[in-house]
Design a protein around this ligand. Structure first.
Ligand code: PMP
Length: 362
C-alpha cells in the first residue's frame, strides 16, 4: 500500500512569504523600494571588515560570537552574556517559536504585524492569534483581552512594519505588566535605530523575567545581504535559545562586518538623520498628491489609496516606470503600498511618478 508523506500539522496552513518582485524584466534603471533596505549602504568600516574576512575563509567562524556580542554590549550598554546572535533577527524569532510554542499553544501578533510571526508559529505547530489594531496602531487592551491560559508569546514590532507606527514606553510597560508569567513578550526592534533616543524597552527587559527584544543588522546597518541579527533578554531565556542554535549559524564575514557596523556610530547617526529628513519630505510630497500616510518612525511610509483597485493600479504604474514598492494586501492593508525611504533622487522619483499616476486619474 502506498503511504502518503505528510508534513506536520499546520505546515500546509502556511502561506508562502511574499517578498515581492526584485526585478522587472526588460526594464533598466530599476528602483527597488520594497524591502526597507538602507539605500545608503553599510559603513565603510563594515565593508573593509567583510574584505578582511575573505582571508580566513578556510576557518570555521566563531561559534560563541563573543567579539560581536562584546561590541553590541559596548555600544548599547547591555550584558554580552545575555545576547544571542542569529541569521537575521528572523532566526531569533524562529528560535523563540521553536523553544516556547508547540501544539495547543497560542502566539499573539497584531493584525498588521510582520507576517513571519504567523509563519514561524505554524511551523512550530502552535496557533497564531491575530489581534486587531486601532487605526493601524498596536492596541494594548485588545492584546491583553486576547491572552488565554494557552498564550505563550506576544510579538510587538515597534515601530511596526508595515505601518511605521509606534507605541510609547508607557503602553509597553502596561502590556508587560498585564501579561501573565507564562507568556513571553517579544519586542521586535528591527527599525529601532531609526528612532531618535529609542530605548527599545530595555528598562522593561531589565525589570522583568518575561520580556525579550530582537534587533537586526539588515536595516539601518545596511547588511541585509549578510543575514545577521541579535536578541537580548533574561539569562534564562537566552540560555534556552542557545540550546537550539546551530554551532556555526553565522559566517565570519557577517560577524566581522556586523561588529564594525555597530561600532561605526557616526554612520548610523548619519543614516538616521538623512532618513528622517527624506521620510518627512516623502510623506508631505505624497500628501500633496492626495495620498495620505500615518506618521512613520521607520525607513518606509505606508501610502494609503482610496481602495484596493487604486492601490493596485498605482503599483502597476510604478512598475511600468521601473519602480518596485510593496503591496501589503497580505497584511490586511489592501488599499496601501509600503514605500522604502531612499535617498533624495529615489524619493523625488517615486513621489513624481505617484503624482503622475494621480494626475492621470483625474
Ligand atoms: N522584524 C520585522 C518587523 C521586519 O520587518 C523584518 C524584516 N523585514 C524582520 C523582523 C526580519 O529581518 P531580518 O531577519 O533581516 O533581521
Amino acid at each position: 500500500m502506498t503511504q502518503i508523506l505528510r508534513p506536520q500539522p499546520g505546515i500546509l496552513d502556511i502561506e508562502l512569504y511574499e517578498g515581492g518582485a526584485s526585478r522587472l524584466p526588460g526594464q533598466s534603471n530599476v528602483l527597488k523600494l520594497s524591502s526597507n533596505e538602507n539605500l545608503f549602504g553599510p559603513s565603510e568600516a563594515a565593508v573593509e571588515a567583510f574584505r578582511r574576512a575573505a582571508t580566513e575563509l578556510h576557518r570555521y567562524p566563531s561559534s560563541d560570537h563573543l567579539d560581536l556580542r562584546e561590541a553590541i554590549g559596548d555600544v548599547h550598554g547591555v550584558d554580552p552574556a545575555r545576547i544571542i546572535c542569529g541569521a537575521g533577527s528572523g532566526e531569533i524569532i524562529d528560535f523563540l517559536c521553536q523553544a516556547y510554542a508547540g501544539p495547543g499553544d497560542e502566539v499573539i501578533h497584531t493584525e498588521h504585524g510582520f507576517s513571519m510571526y504567523r509563519i514561524w508559529t505554524l511551523a512550530a505547530g502552535a496557533t497564531p492569534v491575530s489581534v486587531a489594531e486601532c487605526d493601524r496602531v498596536t492596541d494594548v487592551d485588545a492584546i491583553l483581552n486576547a491572552v488565554t491560559d494557552n498564550t505563550r508569546l506576544v510579538f510587538i514590532a515597534n515601530p511596526n512594519n508595515p505601518t511605521g507606527t509606534m507605541i510609547g514606553t508607557d503602553a509597553l510597560a502596561r502590556l508587560a505588566d498585564g501579561l501573565p508569567g507564562h507568556c513571553l513578550l517579544v519586542l521586535d526592534g528591527a527599525y529601532a535605530e531609526y528612532v531618535e533616543g529609542y530605548d527599545a524597552g530595555l528598562a522593561l527587559i531589565e525589570a522583568r523575567p518575561n520580556v525579550v527584544m530582537t534587533r537586526t543588522f539588515s536595516k539601518i546597518y545596511g547588511l541585509g545581504g549578510l543575514r545577521i541579527g541579535w536578541g537580548y533578554g533574561p539569562q534564562e531565556v537566552i540560555d534556552v535559545l542557545r540550546r537550539i542554535r546551530g554551532p556555526f549559524n553565522l559566517s565570519s564575514a557577517a560577524l566581522m562586518a556586523a561588529e564594525a557596523a555597530v561600532r561605526d556610530i557616526a554612520h548610523t547617526e548619519r543614516c538616521r538623520e538623512v532618513n528622517s529628513r527624506w521620510r518627512h519630505w516623502l510623506a508631505e510630497a505624497l500628501a500633496s498628491h492626495g495620498v495620505p500616510s500615518d506618521t512613520s518612525m521607520a525607513n518606509y511610509v505606508l501610502a494609503r489609496f482610496a481602495d484596493r483597485a487604486e492601490a493596485e493600479a498605482c503599483d502597476a504604474f510604478l512598475k511600468e516606470n521601473g519602480i518596485i514598492v510593496r503591496g501589503v494586501a497580505g497584511y490586511n492593508l489592501p488599499n496601501c503600498l509600503r514605500i522604502t525611504v531612499g535617498d533624495e533622487a529615489a524619493c523625488r522619483r517615486v513621489a513624481h511618478t505617484i503624482g503622475q499616476f494621480k494626475a492621470a486619474q483625474q
